[in-house]
Design a protein around this ligand. Structure first.
Ligand code: XMP
Length: 318
């Protein structure tokens, strides 16, 4: 019978036998898979695991600093790399969703390759690939491994991709990954996190990306996600987020006419992201969230709720 404890023991033994004293590099995304993979490797080889956590500037509000602290608290040998400006530059002027994804994937590879080069004699690249990633081309897990897979054929292989690959979660489903994490006493909030796409907020800002738009969307998203947590709804939802629409609409504030941005909120139930139903969030919650967003986030005067299911609508708008 499969148990998480037995899996951890066996995997740690296997990793030690396979890796010996070799150095391993791993890209952390803040998501469940890369974090659990890192903990297993940390148990097996300690400081010989070199983790890299890249801020692409498209993460949730405060996510980079909060999650980096959390990783350090877990004892991981992790380096945070703030490459926000580099990603924003690469995205400048791009509106097409696939071009934005390509620019982000390419930039991620460049940043990661630069960092991997700084580690002397690194022999292995670890990835948080799980079984559904192995059998499907589209990953719902987000993060570096997904980004690498969908973009590894862009302009020749970077040096770090010539490393040997180690993927300790390759045989597991998502719920098993969570149980493995829990058996290593990893934080519940980290293990229960909603999936978040590798390209991050870039595919939730329809059209071109600017620093100002990113900040508006981060603020809106934070009100929505914190509200879900405070109302006890977070764990009832598979994935949630806000979308910044390329639409201004007329509003009124006091005696003033406003002409400001519109955001859409999206929350879905799903098991694997392949199909999804919109969540029937309570009206009182939607009412409070809408008021909070419009009162707290400057530049937004209208909130709508997405009531489309997949198929035919996808989860992300881009
Ligand atoms: P869609 O929009 O295709 O999303 O219904 C299904 C799941 O995949 C995530 N998603 C992505 N994840 N890179 C990723 O790592 C991407 O380019 C990407 N596009 C969508 C989405 O968040 C959802 O969980």
């Amino acid at each position: 019978d499969w148990t998480p404890n037995a899996f951890v023991q066996e995997t740690v033994d296997d990793l030690q036998a396979k890796l010996g004293g070799d150095k391993v590099v791993l890209g952390l995304s803040g998501g469940v898979d890369s974090s659990v993979a890192a903990m297993l490797l940390h148990k097996a080889i300690g400081k010989n695991l070199y983790c890299i956590f890249v801020n692409n500037g498209l993460l949730r509000k405060n996510e980079f600093t909060d999650v980096l602290e959390q990783y350090k608290g877990m004892g991981l040998n992790v380096k945070g790399v703030d490459a926000s400006a580099r990603f924003l530059d690469a995205l400048a002027g791009l509106s097409d969703p696939e071009l934005k994804r390509k620019a982000i994937g390419k930039t991620f590879i460049e940043v990661f390759d630069d960092e991997a080069h700084l580690i002397q004699d690194v022999k292995w690249l670890a990835q948080g690939t799980i079984y559904p990633d192995v059998i499907e081309s589209v990953s719902a897990t987000g993060g570096p491994s997904a980004t690498i897979k969908s973009h590894h054929n862009v302009g020749g292989l970077p040096d770090y991709m010539k490393l040997q690959i180690v993927e300790p979660l390759r045989a597991l489903f998502k719920d098993e990954v969570r149980r493995v994490g829990a058996s290593m006493d990893m934080d519940k909030d980290l293990l229960g996190r909603h999936p978040f796409p590798g390209p991050g907020l870039a595919i939730r800002i329809l059209g071109d990306i600017t620093a100002e738009k990113v900040q508006i969307l981060q603020d809106v998203d934070a009100v929505f996600i914190n509200g879900l947590r405070e109302s006890g709804l977070y764990d009832k939802v598979w994935q949630a987020g806000a979308i910044l629409l390329p639409v201004n609409s007329v509003g009124v504030m006091g005696d003033e006419r406003t002409y400001e941005k519109c955001v859409a909120l999206r929350a879905v139930e799903s098991t694997d992201g392949m199909t999804a139903d919109w969540v029937n969030l309570p009206y009182e919650f939607l009412q409070k969230t809408s008021n909070d967003i419009i009162n707290k986030v400057k530049g937004v005067n209208r909130v709508v709720y997405d009531i489309s299911s997949k198929p035919p609508a996808t989860i992300e708008w881009e």
